[in-house]
Design a protein around this ligand. Structure first.
Ligand code: GLN
Ligand code: ZN
Length: 758
């Protein structure tokens, strides 16, 4: 039996890739030095996998920036704006960064390609921009880098398997302008054929072709495209391992089984599937790779229970059985060994990428020997976790089970609430506000870092943060905004801040996961029933409100966002965890209200990304996700105004869910699309107050007054002026104060011009 890996985290156990990327971008190291550090990283990743007993090492999973971008470069598929200067194309590495982030140490700046979420993970890929022009450009297919990596890996092992994103998923995930995507398939296949030929010539044995879109429903046209593609591609001497993950592909078995693959990889953890029934339908010469170790969480596996599932399968198909993680380990942190601050029991519950590779080896050994002694010993902490007193809080369970329908909705209708809120707040037409954070200056970061290192007393820390809040309030008053915020100076990250204050949530030192490019996140670990220890935001909000007569809007992170951006316990349904978090947030809402806070914002930027891969499962998810939000907000009395904020584009396909949140005011990102996103409301009007963002906070450019006036006028075509708010697209923490002040001054001027007309 063979064990293999679909991909390994490329950032390195100490985020080496991040640091050398940033050094290279700053000009602190040369290109040769940068490439050398990447080579070392690849080498040590392969070595680590080989040492853990992985038989087939993945090659082609490494990327300087992103693996989808790598695929575009491999295929020679870049839009003309990146390739029109020949010298720019010759510096391949800088070309790569220019596509990914708009700039590189050499060459001119260029609008970067779009970036979007990789299925339902927190990883972002660079969206390929395809067109007939791009597919017929004169940029050649270039397998040089891939072949070089193949050669490098030879120093570690002979058995190397090349990993490549398959043509159907690549095309599906791309963006095209006005053309029919599927019409581009023939030209795309011609390029894939060249890659396959080159790998075949290099005597590659196994090619792992990732086709994660098989987890989706796919309409007839896409299904036909899949068949056509794999009938047409000539694999030469290669063996093809059709690979999917993040969802089951049971619904497409009849599609794939007739094609000329040599094996298939199935994710067996994302959804429950009847493995034997699936195998029975597949050709009897195929390798069956089962993804049995969850590649997306941090929990030690219960190997004995996996063994019990696998043993009859192994007995039935023998050497045809391969084992692997469910998906690439890209989504898992690298090495648990580094964590020195976790207590021994807690640590014994966990496994990161390196440990997951070893789990595969243990499993293989147990199956081959038909002996479970070692895996039983290894997994005993995982079994113990399920019964640990540490993870259960009877109080929380009691609260959740006592919930009734009334706990999930506000007392009065929006119209009634709006009247009461207006009496209390007396806001002008087109009220102005911001999304929460103000610039996180170097000073603020230093204050927090010192506080973490115990270099400040509580008193000193409070005084310094209060100074920041005072400045933020003063500036907002000068600008003339109507609803103020405290600025979030005390928060490093909107989820980490609350996670650290909640019971049942743990933090690691090094469990970093790549988000995009050099950006990594360190998700909290929700390991137990969640509850609130004490008030989390009160002192800062009260302080801010004491400085001004204008209303200060309190800022909370919503339950679904906390859930989506964390590693979550797997012993109870996510829905239950969401409810527990919602109750903790609801406690904070109650405290804020009791303290006289009139406006509370509960941010939910992550609602969309938590959606399952299959559209048929969206509704079920959205029902409990919106219910959790509603639960967190429902305790607010009618005169208290609840805001929510989300910053993803496109909400037309989940509009009913967004309406179901029943926030009094919803602020959304719309400026980059020129309010086009509001087209969604042509079919169904948005019933509550709406604040469509009037400028893009990702750009350092100061938006002009006329431009914002025009956008607000446009927004009025969708939402009556009495229900419109005016605000930026998102929080301002990444901007400077200078930019922020100029932009907000212009925003207020724009609103004044409009108000003068009424
Ligand atoms: N309140 C948060 C902020 O302003 C919201 C961030 C977000 O939407 N991602 O920073
Ligand atoms: Zn946002």
């Amino acid at each position: 039996m063979q064990i293999h890996n679909l991909g390994f985290p490329r950032i390195g156990a100490k985020r080496e890739l991040k640091f050398s990327l940033e050094q290279y971008w700053r000009g602190d190291i040369s290109q040769a030095d940068f490439l050398q550090s990447c080579q070392q990283l690849r080498r040590s990743n392969w070595q680590l996998q080989a040492d853990a007993g992985i038989d087939w090492l993945p090659v082609g999973d490494f990327a300087h920036y992103d693996h989808v971008l790598n695929t575009s470069l491999l295929l020679g598929l870049l839009p003309e704006r990146f390739t029109k200067h020949k010298h720019a194309v010759n510096n391949r590495l800088d070309l790569e960064f220019r596509v990914g982030r708009g700039q590189a140490p050499s060459g001119c700046q260029c609008a970067a390609s779009d970036m979007t979420k990789w299925f339902n993970t927190n990883y972002h890929y660079i969206v390929p921009e395809l067109s007939t022009a791009v597919l017929t450009n004169d940029m050649a297919v270039n397998t040089e880098q891939l072949l070089a990596h193949l050669e490098e890996a030879k120093a570690v092992a002979d058995k190397r398997k090349v990993v490549l994103l398959g043509p159907i998923s690549y095309l599906y995930l791309s963006t095209v302008d006005k053309e029919d995507k599927l019409a581009l398939l023939p030209d795309l296949l011609a390029r894939y054929q060249q890659v396959l030929d080159s790998l075949s010539q290099a005597n590659v044995e196994w090619l792992q072709l990732d086709e994660p879109v098989l987890g989706l429903e796919l309409d007839k046209q896409w299904q036909n495209a899949f068949t056509l593609a794999y009938q047409q591609l000539n694999k030469g001497g290669l063996k093809l391992l059709l690979t999917s993950y993040f969802a089951s592909i049971e619904h497409h078995i009849s599609l794939v089984k007739v094609l000329d693959f040599d094996g298939i990889h199935l994710d067996t953890v994302a959804e429950k599937i009847d493995i034997s029934a699936v195998i029975a339908q597949l050709p009897s010469h195929w390798v069956i790779s089962l993804g049995v170790i969850n590649g997306r969480n941090i929990w030690k596996a219960d190997l004995v229970s996996i063994y019990e599932t696998l043993l009859p399968i192994y007995q039935a198909i023998g050497e045809r059985l391969w084992l692997a993680p469910s998906c690439s380990l890209l989504h898992s942190p690298v090495d648990l060994q580094q964590e020195s601050k976790l207590d021994a029991e807690f640590k014994s519950w966990l496994a990161f990428a390196k440990q997951k590779c070893r789990e595969l080896q243990l499993l293989k050994q147990a199956l081959v020997d038909e002996n479970t002694d070692e895996i039983a010993l290894y997994s005993s902490p995982a079994v113990a976790r399920a019964n640990s007193k540490r993870i259960n809080n009877p109080e929380v369970l009691k609260r959740v089970s006592a919930l009734t329908a009334a706990d999930f909705s506000r007392k009065d209708s929006f119209e009634q609430r709006k009247r009461l809120q207006q009496q209390a707040l007396k806001l002008p037409l087109l009220p102005t506000t911001t999304i929460g954070s103000f610039p996180q200056t170097g000073d603020i970061r230093q204050v927090r870092a010192k506080w973490r290192r115990n270099e400040l007393s509580l008193d000193e820390y409070q005084t310094l943060i209060q100074q920041e809040i005072r400045q933020a309030i003063e500036k907002q008053e000068q600008i003339g905004l109507d609803v103020l915020v405290h600025g979030e100076a005390e928060r490093n990250d909107m989820v980490e801040y609350f996670g650290e204050l909640l019971e049942g949530v743990a933090f690691t030192q090094f469990a970093w996961v790549q988000s995009y490019g050099s950006r990594c996140v360190k998700p909290p670990i929700i390991f137990a029933d969640v509850s609130r220890k004490q008030a989390m935001t009160l002192e800062w909000i009260n302080y801010a409100q004491s400085l001004t007569d204008k209303p200060v809007k309190a800022m909370l992170t919503g339950p679904i966002t906390i859930l989506s951006w964390s590693f979550v316990r797997d012993d109870i349904p996510r829905e239950q965890v969401a409810k527990q978090i919602a109750l903790a947030i609801s406690d904070e809402v109650e405290d804020l209200v009791a303290n006289g806070t009139q406006i509370i914002q509960i941010d939910e930027p992550a609602i969309r990304e938590g959606m399952p891969v299959k559209q048929s499962q969206w509704q079920q998810y959205l029902t409990w996700a919106t219910a959790s939000f509603c639960l967190s907000a429902a305790k607010a009395p009618s005169h208290t105004q609840i805001h929510s904020h989300m910053c993803y584009s496109e909400f037309n396909d989940i509009l009913p869910a967004i309406i179901a949140l029943d926030a009094d005011v919803l602020t959304v990102e719309t400026s980059r699309s020129n309010m086009a996103l509001l087209d969604a409301f042509e079919e169904q009007a948005y019933p509550n107050d709406l604040g469509p963002g009037v400028y893009d906070i990702h750009s350092p450019n100061v938006p002009e007054v006329d431009w914002m006036v025009a956008l607000i006028e446009k927004a009025q075509q969708y939402v009556p002026v009495e229900r419109l708010w005016v605000n930026p697209d998102c929080g301002l923490k990444t901007r400077s104060w200078q930019e922020t002040k100029l932009a907000l001054d212009n925003m207020v001027t724009a609103v004044k011009q409009l108000r003068a007309r009424y």
